[in-house]
Design a binder for this molecule. Structure first.
Ligand code: C2O
Ligand code: CU
Length: 512
């Protein structure tokens, strides 16, 4: 006999399956969120072998011509850089006058400089002088294209204090790629500085171009944006001056480190492995009025700081980057939990005596009484809801005018804010007076989640109604995606003109 067919309702089965699926999904979701919040921490503390001597970028040679102008030559070119420890040497890197990064340019306040920028790459690039006060047509932003095979020769007079500036490409939409491949270098300005600061380049005055990189197993630079980072490339390894796992031999009691965060997006939080204090003596645009003793220092991409650290004979310390404070729940996706060993400093058995640091480094005239206040809301890939357009001038400051700029993070993502042409002062961070190390000249600030700034700056000269300067997020992925705007500096009563046509220019150059 046949079993009576028990008509079991299919609903129960469906319900069970649905419940199981729901549980899996929930579990998955919980695991996913947990991973989002904590799961991708990079930690290289104690894991770096410091096997490679830190490379020091060469000082760029220069000639002074009959008119007294100091002439430099930079050639952007492709190469195959070896970072050390099996990294690199496979696949293309880019550099100026070499395979990776570029030489350090050095000039004095008052000098007229000329830089012949030769482009030996197969594609158009530009070279921007980050932090430099100069005419917009010399600025090397996205309008000053240097096509493949061409030379661009900007010239300007150095008219700002001693400082650590840098240079890098600024081709709209391609900046992240060009910088990541290796196009960047330092531009040190000399001027009135007090006696007693370490100042022998490469000996007790050391440039540190710090970058995060990712490498494929064959040593090739990996330029993929990590999943969900939202800020583009975040590498899991550090190179300094293009050297992987670097050490520096220290021969003097005090060493000055000119630290440049030349990463595409990553924020570093520098400090030493024994938590020793160091003196911050300078920021983006020059020396601070007095040294500021600190044990941690955050730098977002594009920012610089000059620090002085003291060492005892024979000791070894490690410059590290501790996990930075980015202020949001999803920090870990943007590098907020990551920590790195950056550079080992090895003091010689006997050290050359160094002078004590001067108590006063410089004087800074405080800017006040802004005539104009502007607001900048950073959100998505836009500033004030607008994305970069090459032919749109967003506003026009007037020469000899002081302006206050209020900048705020309006989306909780990781941003920074950089202004061309000027160095500014910070009046307020999150509504409060800035900490002492942010009281000097700045051109770039970290605008992490919920942060706001009131900046003050003065537009002094170089009026040109047609050629714009940029302001933008220095997270290069955001900048390339359109988080940038343009201003022109005008004479009183003058209205903004029209930027030179980018398209025509490049088409023209391309047909030669
Ligand atoms: Cu460092 Cu507009 O750039
Ligand atoms: Cu941004």
């Amino acid at each position: 006999m046949t079993q009576p067919v028990v008509k079991r309702s299919p609903w129960k089965k469906i319900l069970i399956v649905a419940l199981v699926l729901l549980l899996i999904c929930c579990g998955g979701a919980v695991a996913f969120v947990t991973w989002l919040l904590t799961g991708n921490k990079i930690d290289t503390f104690g894991k770096v072998d410091f096997a490679n001597q830190l490379a020091i970028p060469a000082l760029a040679p220069s000639q002074v011509d009959a008119q007294g102008r100091r002439i430099f030559n930079l050639t952007a070119q492709a190469g195959q850089h070896t970072f050390g420890s099996g990294r690199g040497g496979n696949g293309t890197t880019w550099g100026f006058n070499g395979d990776y990064l570029g030489p350090t340019l050095r000039a004095k306040a008052g000098e007229q400089v000329v830089v012949n920028v030769h482009n030996k790459l197969d594609e158009t690039t530009t070279v921007h002088w980050h932090g430099m006060h100069l005419p917009a047509a010399m600025d090397g932003g996205p309008h000053q294209l240097v096509s493949a095979g061409k030379t661009w020769s900007p010239t300007w007079k150095i008219a700002q204090p001693a400082s650590t500036l840098w240079y890098h490409p600024h081709l709209h939409g391609e900046t992240a790629d060009h910088v990541y491949k290796g196009l960047a270098g330092m531009f040190i300005l000399d001027g009135d500085t007090p006696k007693g600061l370490p100042e022998t380049y490469g000996v007790d005055d050391i440039p540190l171009i710090v970058q995060d990189k990712a490498f494929e197993s064959n040593g090739k630079l990996d330029d993929r944006n990590p999943f969900l980072s939202g800020v583009g490339i975040l590498g899991d390894e550090i190179v300094v001056n293009g050297t992987h796992s670097p050490f520096l031999d220290v021969t003097a009691e005090r060493v000055r480190l000119r630290v440049l965060n030349a990463s595409n997006a990553r924020v570093f939080n520098f400090g030493f492995d024994d938590d020793r204090r160091f003196d911050v003596i300078g920021t983006d645009g020059g020396l601070l009025e007095k040294p500021v003793s600190m044990d941690r220092l955050q730098l977002s991409a594009g920012e610089r700081a000059e620090i002085v650290v003291s060492m005892k004979p024979g000791e070894r310390i490690v410059l590290r980057s501790y996990d930075p404070d980015l202020g949001s729940l999803f920090d870990d996706l943007k590098g907020g939990a990551d920590q790195f060993d950056v550079l080992q400093l090895r003091a010689a058995a006997s050290l050359k005596p160094s002078a004590a640091l001067p108590a006063t480094l410089t004087t800074i005239d405080r800017l006040s009484n802004p005539a104009v206040t502007r607001k900048f809301s950073l959100s998505g890939h836009s500033i004030n809801g607008k994305q970069m357009q090459m032919n749109r001038i967003d506003f026009a400051p007037t020469v000899n005018t002081t302006e206050a700029w209020e900048v705020f993070n309006n989306d909780g993502d990781l941003h920074s804010f950089h202004v061309h042409d000027v160095q500014f002062q910070i009046l307020a961070v999150n509504g409060a007076p800035p900490p002492p190390h942010l009281m000097g000249w700045k051109d770039t600030v970290l605008v992490a989640s919920d942060m706001s700034y009131k900046l003050i700056m003065r537009f002094t000269d170089h009026a040109d109604p047609n050629v714009p300067y940029m302001y933008h997020c220095h997270v290069l992925y955001h900048e390339d995606a359109g988080m940038m705007g343009q201003f022109v500096v005008v004479q009183p009563g003058q209205s903004p003109g029209t930027p030179p046509s980018h398209e025509d220019h490049s088409a023209h150059a391309g047909h030669h």
